[in-house]
Design a protein around this ligand. Structure first.
Ligand SMILES: *[C@@H]1O[C@H](CO)[C@@H](O)[C@H](O)[C@H]1NC(C)=O
Ligand SMILES: *[C@@H]1O[C@H](CO)[C@@H](O)[C@H](O)[C@H]1NC(C)=O
Length: 456
């Protein structure tokens, strides 16, 4: 029984002492102070919070058998899957990506770091040669992962199935980036990741700071323009930057897998639940500015989604990404295990609700005015992506996140693109994770992508 374990008294006292500064660090029980039908956004003042806390203190002992709070809650991650997650596949932070994922496969690897203009210290791995040891004779390729994963994404399958190894064996100078907040990129010039200020960003900042810093670094190190491969959020930040004319002077071509510009047809029942129940907004309000599916408070809130009809949290990967056709399940256990900013999830939820690709909405005209000089957030104009930029878009018919209808809206935006500069590849049986982890992605996606690089 969940309720019986709650340290009710201590929380209540903290709430009474300083209701505006309740910290949920280390416990997940504050959630129960909020009646299910009273959304935090409707709470106008600290007085309300105290009243609600009192209400629950009196009411709580009587409802501990309530099915919503008690036995019907399913655990998001079974003990069995936790054990598997701890297995040898997971690189330990001390080791780094080169030492844990690349060098054991007998490939040469270099660790690099780059600092963004807003102080985040990002790790990058370079594979300067293939298995033969012969130095790359082709241009650099930057691999940019998606949401709540990191650069290890590109290295999780066998070398002949993983894009990073395949590109290195094909003579490309491979660079793997790791976005801010993920396990190997948690440094900052002045802010600690345990400080909520560290998590004050969304994909706007990934497009404005992380990507430009990384491009510039790879360009400076190699003296060459880059090919780019993005997956999911890695396509979103690239499209946003390209639409503003950024990065183009250092870019040869871009391969965008599971392109995300529009999200309002998102079919993942799990992600829909997160959006509809205002989960990220709740987390932010509770002071949880770091978002991780493994975090205790996140877990507690997500359990409400797992009891919704049609959502199977025993297979979270499918519930989030879609029915992937072609994964080897022995290699997907440590997927979706990285942190992002709760504010970033709020931003993505805004996209699901509005169907636009715009900057973060501060929710009121004054704050938007302060940030953008106008009452509504600035829109990223996809039609202003230069028509002669070589683009390869790969998308799948079973993808729950990059829905076919949303990709179609993006393609409509690109309708004036030069015909010989736009390659669109549709794979009916592929879902979101197949593009990076599919056992046949080497033939279905990577071979055509490499052919595209060769002519651009
Ligand atoms: C899945 O991966 C494991 C470990 O790499 C391998 O032993 C197994 O043969 C793979 N299974 C399939 C069906 O490819
Ligand atoms: C978007 O960009 C295109 C091309 O630069 C321009 O014609 C169009 O007016 C822009 N749309 C908006 C809403 O700014």
């Amino acid at each position: 029984m969940v309720i019986s374990k709650l340290p009710r008294k201590s929380i209540a006292w903290r709430a009474f002492e300083d209701p505006c500064k309740v910290s949920t660090e280390g416990d997940s029980s504050l959630f129960f102070l909020i009646p299910l039908d009273l959304h935090p956004r409707s709470l106008q003042s600290c007085t309300n919070i105290v009243l609600i806390a009192m209400f629950w203190l009196i009411y709580l002992p009587h409802i501990s058998d309530h099915p919503l709070i008690g036995s019907r809650r399913t655990k998001l991650f079974s003990d069995k899957s936790q054990n598997v997650m701890a297995a040898a596949l997971a690189p330990s932070v001390g080791d780094g990506v080169c030492a844990s994922m690349i060098e054991p496969q007998d490939y040469i690897c270099e660790e690099h770091t780059v600092t963004t203009k807003d102080g985040y210290i990002l790790s990058l791995q370079r594979m300067p040669s293939g298995l033969s040891g012969q130095a790359a004779d082709k241009p650099p390729v930057l691999l940019q992962h998606g949401l709540i994963v990191d650069g290890v994404t590109w290295l999780m399958s066998l070398p002949d199935e993983s894009l990073a190894f395949i590109l290195a064996d094909n003579g490309y100078d491979v660079w793997i980036s790791n976005g801010r907040g993920t396990r190997f990129s948690r440094g900052h010039a002045s802010i600690d990741p345990y400080d909520s200020a560290y998590w004050d960003w969304t994909w706007d900042e990934l497009a404005a700071y992380d990507l430009p810093a990384t491009f510039q670094y790879v360009h400076d190190q190699t003296g060459q323009n880059l090919h780019y491969v993005g997956h999911s959020q890695g396509t979103l930040i690239a499209l946003a930057a390209f639409s503003q004319g950024k990065l183009l002077n250092m870019l040869r071509s871009a391969v965008l897998l599971c392109p995300v510009a529009y999200l309002n047809h998102l079919t993942s029942p799990f992600a829909r639940g997160v959006v509809d129940l205002f989960v990220p907004e709740d987390l932010y309000w509770l002071g949880q500015h770091e978002f991780s599916l493994r975090g205790p408070v996140v877990n507690k809130l997500l359990e409400d989604i797992c009891i919704m009809p049609g959502i199977d949290c025993s297979d979270l990967l499918t519930a989030i990404t879609g029915p992937n056709c072609c994964l080897n399940s022995s290699r997907t256990k440590i997927f979706l295990d990285q942190s992002t900013a709760t504010k970033n999830i709020i931003h993505l939820a805004q996209m699901v609700r509005t169907g636009t690709i715009a900057m973060y909405d501060y929710g009121n005209e004054n704050d938007n005015m302060d940030h953008y000089g106008q009452p509504t957030p600035l829109v990223y104009n996809m039609t202003s992506i230069p028509n002669d930029l070589p683009l390869f878009l790969g998308y799948g018919g079973k993808d729950y996140l990059s829905d076919v209808r949303d990709v179609q809206v993006l393609l409509d935006n690109l309708k004036d693109h030069d015909g010989d500069k736009l390659v669109v590849q549709y794979t009916d049986e592929y879902a979101h994770a197949d593009f990076i982890l599919g056992v046949n992605a080497n033939q279905i996606v990577y071979d055509p992508a490499i052919a595209f690089f060769k002519i651009n």
